[in-house]
Design a protein. Structure first.
Length: 294
């Protein structure tokens, strides 16, 4: 998707060295900057999209102050070379570089809606809306170095490489966990008993799913999922097993021909009966009869 970061700023005392190196991925834009800093350079920034700002290299004293408004009393100060900041969309950020002469930094802008779609809506809104200024994280720094190298690469690798690194960094930053599988609701004991009794009594004819769902007061889709969650079998398989149990009972006690058993237990013909029996029991009806009588 063609995502373009939207940023307003008013700064002074910064001079970009060389060209901006920018890469576009799916909902993510990575910018690599080399910037010379005059004494007390600074200004403010506000973006319409979330942004991750990562200092990769710094020369000079290393002091940099950040605050969320020019009149704000509190500020965050960094005196280490590598600093990571996460700035939510729409948050104004004021910066003052005290005694740095050069900074190389990586900016990751991203479209939160696109990433929510890619990560199956697993983003928690609270961390996405909470700023984190001037922190250090070795894993994020390692990923940032690889992303920066890819931005600077004159022969870029496949887009999946940079996209995967950037997505991994964002997942790590927000601690996006693996989605838990949804647990299907199960049938109540009375619902299961009513349905299985009904199937056992009517298994020789074709039972419609609508009939079974009506016994439980559930929609057909809800009932079908709940029945399988409760029994481990689909309703039609439960009915097939009921037919096979009737067939086994006849095979065990009587010498009824297989054609007659097939007709009596609801199968189309002897071939159908034999095929289903072998698939579910593991042997043919004739062999099963012989084994149970020996």
């Amino acid at each position: 998707m063609n995502f373009q970061p939207r940023m307003n700023n008013k700064i002074s005392g910064f001079h970009v060295v060389g060209d901006l190196r920018r890469r576009h991925w799916n909902g993510i834009v990575a910018d690599l900057w080399d910037v010379e800093c005059a004494p007390n350079a600074g200004g403010f920034y506000v973006g319409q999209d979330p942004r991750i700002f990562i200092v990769l290299e710094a020369e000079g004293g290393g002091n940099c102050n950040l605050k969320v408004a020019p009149s704000a009393r509190g500020m965050v100060q960094s005196d280490h070379r590598h600093a990571i900041s996460y700035v939510p969309a729409g948050m104004e950020l004021w910066a003052e570089v005290v005694d740095l002469s050069f900074v190389r930094h990586l900016d990751l802008h991203f479209d939160i809606d696109i990433l929510r779609q890619r990560l199956a809506d697993e983003f928690d809104s609270q961390p996405v809306e909470t700023p984190r200024l001037m922190f250090d994280d070795p894993r994020i720094m390692s990923l940032a170095e690889l992303i920066a190298a890819e931005c600077a690469n004159p022969q870029p690798l496949h887009d999946l490489y940079g996209d995967g690194l950037s997505l991994a960094l964002i997942i790590d930053l927000f601690k996006v966990n693996r989605p838990q599988p949804r647990k299907r609701s199960q049938l109540a004991a009375w619902q299961l008993r009513r349905v299985t009794d009904y199937i056992d009594e009517n298994c020789l004819r074709s039972i419609r799913l609508e009939e079974l769902a009506g016994l439980t007061g559930l929609s057909q889709s809800h009932f079908s999922h709940a029945f399988k969650a409760t029994t481990g079998l689909a309703p039609h398989q439960w009915q097939m097993n009921a037919r096979l149990e009737r067939a086994k009972n006849i095979l065990r006690k009587h010498d009824t021909p297989l054609t007659a058993i097939a007709a009596e237990t609801g199968f189309a013909d002897q071939a159908h009966f034999t095929r289903v029996f072998r698939k579910n029991v593991g042997t043919t009806p004739a062999r099963w009869r012989k084994m149970t009588r020996d």
